[in-house]
Design a binder for this molecule. Sequence first.
Ligand code: ADP
Ligand code: MG
Length: 266
Amino acid sequence: MQAPAAAQIVVDQITHMYRPAHGQPVLAIDDVSLEVRPREFLALLGPSGCGKSTLLYLMGGFLPVETGRILIDGKPVTGPGPDRGVVFQHFALFPWKTVRGNVLYGLERAGIPKEERLKRAQAYIDMVGLQGFENSYPSQLSGGMRQRTAIARTLAIDPNILLMDEPFGALDAQTRSLMQSELLAIWRRSPKTVIFVTHDVQEAVYLAERIAVMSARPGRIKSIIETNFDRSDPNLFKQPAFIEKVDEIWGLVRNEAMLAQRLAAG
Ligand code: ADP
Ligand code: MG
């Protein structure tokens, strides 16, 4: 199958097997193909354990591609790169750096001049609601605050591609809703390709233009659903079309979650 020239990310027949030193190999994802257009906002949805993180690690270059290929702008992924900003579930901050130090780190590496660095770091620290905590160390922060620091660190670099693994999962409902709108605002202001992993159907329908639903492990792409809602509508969550879409996708995910449970039960 020829990839349309428009695709920025091409995932082509990717299979990934974990081979732990002890225990049985785990087939995490099986023959996944997916194409993502430049500046598209795509959500990856699926039950726990279906391989969402695995797929994101592979795109990020944090796991070696063994079977199949992943192309970004036509080039095979061979490792992490500055074109891809990542917010991973367990992507640790530097414990010896403060909130500001952590956010500044990527900007230093990107060679941004000092004054601009400081300005940008502060803007993103404010955006994620951590003003007043600039000099705190990760050990002094709650899980949600650490996650917000990681989000600020990645957004500050303004990468072309954002790979986000349940980035708002650890946040309280209010903060999550604020961060969702901020992310959409950033995406509108400085268009980038976003792959956003979540198991929250409403979040996926709200944020994404396209939703890829994965099956239970071994993960495959089960269906791809286009959404086209006016996200600036403050009553979007109450619109019948929105509710209907959430319901429809819930149905797909629920089936897979039940299958996943049966698999886990043996
Ligand atoms: P998700 O992010 O959708 O919850 P993951 O990609 O984390 O799923 O995991 C997919 C499957 O691979 C799960 O069954 C998980 O237990 C397994 N897995 C993940 N990481 C490893 C690893 N390092 N070694 C062995 N199995 C793993
Ligand atoms: Mg995961």
